[in-house]
Design a binder for this molecule. Structure first.
Ligand code: PEP
Length: 257
């Protein structure tokens, strides 16, 4: 929306190995490299598995591709005896810009609580990474508490104590809409995004809130992206399944054209 560069972010989850990642990023750059895509107008980002990040970095930097990249998670720790964990310091060394934090799959399958998510947000900021902080209610939450109570609570906990000028992206992802083919309506997404913006105003002040992008995620595709983008508080999309289809993802990034 106004004065915020839209962000279209592709969360690959546990898909595409490092060779497939290279082919995908090359093709994406090729698809976008024509007069129809104004890179200044929309930022495109991919979130590959950890093992692909170095390959994506090499390709993006060698060819100066205007594609941002980030990790799907990070450790709360900086280094040490934490087998299998990946530090934000390591991710930052690969010149990644973003890191997804608190995706519903991490909350659901890996026991990530609001407190762990908050600690990961702090770790990301400490290492100069921009958190893409995911919040969203389950179908049961929706029935029990209504549309915005759970995501609002998750956001309040996750951003407590952050400085007003923090570089942050918030992704509203209703769990019932993820991978279900049943996206929220643009009105639903817009109204929760507005509630989240109000939390940002409370926590970061008007200026910080106005600078923070709020994405919608959940069954976004080329056919529905434009309607979400017409909502004044929706500043982009976090895309799962459709981010693995090169032509579909390219079309989502070029939604305005
Ligand atoms: C996601 O998991 O972040 C997501 C939005 O998935 P999908 O687009 O497949 O619903």
């Amino acid at each position: 929306a106004v004065n915020r560069t839209p962000l279209i972010a592709g969360n690959w989850k546990m898909n595409l190995d490092h060779l497939q990642a290279i082919a995908f990023v090359q093709k994406l750059a090729w698809n976008l490299a024509d007069a129809k895509h104004d890179f200044g107008a929309v930022e495109a980002a991919v979130f590959p598995p950890f093992t692909d990040l170095r390959s994506v970095q090499t390709l993006v930097q060698a060819d100066k591709l205007p594609i941002a990249y980030g990790a799907q998670d990070l450790s709360v720790h900086d280094s040490g005896a934490y087998t299998g964990e990946i530090s934000g310091a390591f991710i930052a060394q690969l010149d990644a810009k973003y890191v997804i934090i608190g995706h519903s799959e991490r909350r659901q399958y890996h026991g990530e609580t609001d407190e762990i998510v908050a600690a990961k947000v702090q770790a990301a900021v400490k290492h100069g990474l921009v958190p893409v902080l995911c919040v969203g209610e389950t179908a049961e939450d929706l029935e029990q508490y209504g549309p915005s109570a759970v995501p609002v609570g998750q956001l309040e906990t996750a951003i407590a104590g952050l400085p007003a000028d923090v570089d942050l992206v918030v992704a509203y992802e209703p769990v019932w809409a993820i991978g279900s083919g049943q996206a929220a309506t643009p009105e639903q997404a817009g109204s929760v995004a507005k509630a989240l913006r109000d939390v940002l105003v409370e926590s970061l002040g008007a200026e910080g809130a106005a600078a923070t992008r709020i994405l919608y995620g959940g069954s976004v595709k080329a056919a529905n992206i434009a309607a979400f983008m017409r909502e004044p508080d929706v500043d982009g999309a976090l895309v799962g399944g459709a981010s693995l289809d090169i032509d579909e993802f390219s079309a989502i990034i070029r939604y305005q054209k």
